[in-house]
Each structure stands twice: as structure tokens, then as C-alpha cells.
Design a protein. Sequence first.
Length: 193
Amino acid sequence: MCSWAILFSHPADYTPVCTTELARLTELQSQFKKRNVKLIALSCDNVDSHKSWSKDIESITKSEECHIEFPIISDPNREVAVKLDMLDPDERDASGMPLTCRAVFVIAPDKTMKLSILYPATIGRNFDEIIRAVDALQLTTNKNVATPVNWKPGDDVIVMPNVTDEELPKLFPQGVKQQRLPSGKNYLRYTKC
């Protein structure tokens, strides 16, 4: 079975926001494994810096058992960051080099990007939201459903508009609830997840 992948970019090693993010990501590794998602990080420092920084990251996790099990790409010349358009135009390091933004690229098994989120260098990511988005992507990629606002796993989902009324019983034997709308159009249809 092919895996999903998530690439996270980080402005630099030994920075407070990046350290807290990678510590949280380290704590959540099992959640991503459960979803068949491989993780890879990118930071604009060298491998030796990554190895030393990893000790700081692991030291602030909630458990001494947490160890970074994903690779961190070394990109000191910003070559990968430039190719993937990950640079933050407003943030620069001490030498004037642009920092990477906090990019999140979710890649499906078919090697297509299904989601990208760009946070500025000064804002930490919400990994609970990223897990929620992965759950939604994995659900909706091969089904005729979409997720409504604030959807969480287990909540009802929306039947896609391209599904005809004739197809409903076959595709959704558990039933479909149609929301009555002032327009009289029946485009808002819910079903159990």
C-alpha cells in the first residue's frame, strides 16, 4: 500500500517556534503512522546542526520515549525551498538570506499535492488541524463526499453535488438527509461518515 507524505519546512534550527513544532510532531508520530503518512521536515541548516538540535527537540517532548523518527532535510543554500516556493518574503536571517515559511505540503499516494498551508515564520502550526485535514483528505479522496465546516472524524459528511438522486440508495445505503433551503435547491445533502 502506498503512503501519504507530509513535508514541513522550518526557517532554522534552534529557533523557539520550530523547536516546539518538531517536539509536538515527534509526539504525534504514531498518529501519522496510523494514517499511513510519512513525515519529512526541511530546515535551512546543515546535518550536524540538525543532529544537535534534535536533542533539544526531544528534551521538551512530554515523554522521554519520544525520539524523532523522520528525516530532516538539510537545505542551507535554500535550493529545495526555492524550488518548492517555501520562502517567506518578509523574514530574513542575520546574513539577509530569506527564511523559509512554515509550509505544509500533504502529498497523496499518487504523488499529487492535495493540500498546502503556508504559515509565516512567526506563527506556529496547529498539528491537530493538520491531522484533521489528513483524515478529511483520506476520506474524500475516493468517496463521493465532502466535509462540512469544522468537520471531525465521525461527524456527518456532505454528499457531492454530482451524485444523482438515483445513485443515493446504492452509494449511501445508510440514508441521506437533505437540508431544506430557501432557494429550493437540494444541493446540501448529509450522510453518516
